[in-house]
Design a protein around this ligand. Structure first.
Ligand SMILES: Cc1cc2nc3c(=O)[nH]c(=O)nc-3n(C[C@H](O)[C@H](O)[C@H](O)COP(=O)(O)OP(=O)(O)OC[C@H]3O[C@@H](n4cnc5c(N)ncnc54)[C@H](O)[C@@H]3O)c2cc1C
Ligand code: FES
Length: 265
């Protein structure tokens, strides 16, 4: 699927509130539903016809089934607040699928370790489905502030960590994963991580310390989503710069996921 497709009006068919300010929206959009691969995203105008906010907002594709797709939205600012309040029957303006998928077909691992922080869960259900189709064992380390902010649907082998200790390990999901790595409980792991910057940096260091492959899916601020505005740069590691001559890559078209040892956060 190219980035050059026009956007499509997409009727919301189902809205589910997981917690206040955290909802899933299912919408009808054949192109997104049929052509998204795990890790790709859509760029959304929160309400058709609205000019405030004017720019689209990016969201990972959370689930697809038939001609319908879903996103999960956490209220954060103006655009996400409007989206969270969308009602069934209203139309979103959706461009996508955009970006590159997770690199789940690499042959450098036997166990997929899904490391999730908060709404970073968004691209993990489709990744779990792809990995299950390939019969790759999956272990999921999901960290959230508190238990009712955990979106558990479509995930497998959940190890939970909450900041307030309301469920699972009290502390960070990275600290929990560390205990598994130290005890050698994961055979040839590769980390697929998405979450806040602090968690991503911790994942980057953990992967380097244990010498394991790691991919980070970045949730940088974006505008166009298709490589035109240059508004979503990520700094390349020195050796990538030496190899490619590129100081930066664009999260929207080169990512959103990158090998953790190739970028500077
Ligand atoms: C590839 C990708 C996938 C994403 N997937 C999801 C998803 O599935 N679910 C979801 O809820 N969110 C996701 N996000 C983040 C989401 O796009 C932002 O939260 C949203 O654009 C903020 O818009 P807003 O109008 O609510 O906030 P604004 O009113 O634009 O901004 C409010 C505040 O948040 C800051 N901000 C804006 N965007 C971001 C950002 N990306 N990261 C950190 N701070 C930001 C602004 O600087 C400002 O301080 C994703 C981002 C990317 C790049
Ligand atoms: S958002 Fe415009 S180039 Fe990436």
């Amino acid at each position: 699927m190219t980035d050059r497709q026009p956007s499509q009006p997409s009727i919301v068919t189902h809205r589910r509130e997981i917690a206040p300010g955290l909802v899933t929206l299912r919408f009808r959009n054949e192109r997104v539903a049929r052509h998204t691969t795990a890790g790709q995203f859509v760029n959304v105008i929160p309400k058709r016809g609205f000019i405030d906010p004017m720019l689209r907002r990016p969201f990972s594709v959370y689930w697809t089934e038939g001609d319908e797709a879903e996103i999960i939205v956490q209220s954060h600012g103006r655009g996400t607040e409007i989206l969270c309040n969308t009602r069934e029957g209203e139309a979103l303006d959706i461009l996508g699928p955009l970006g590159r998928p997770w690199m789940f077909d690499s042959n450098d691992y036997m166990t997929a370790v899904l490391l999730i922080g908060g709404v970073g869960v968004a691209s993990m259900p489709l990744l779990t489905r792809e990995l299950e189709r390939r019969e790759v064992p999956v272990q999921t380390f999901y960290g959230a502030r508190t238990s009712n902010l955990i979106a558990r649907e479509h995930l497998k082998n959940l190890q939970l960590a909450t900041d307030d200790g309301s469920e699972g390990f009290q502390g960070s999901n990275v600290a929990l994963l560390r205990t598994f790595l130290e005890a050698r409980r994961l055979e040839m792991p590769k980390i697929f991580a998405c979450g806040p910057t602090g968690m991503m940096r911790a994942a980057q260091s953990l992967a380097a310390e244990f010498g394991i492959p790691c991919e980070l899916s970045l949730e940088t601020e974006m505008a166009c989503g298709v490589g035109i505005c240059q508004g979503c740069p990520v700094l390349n590691e020195e050796r990538v710069f030496q190899r490619t001559g590129r100081k930066f890559r664009l999260v929207c078209t080169d990512g959103p996921s990158f090998q953790s040892d190739e970028i500077v956060l």
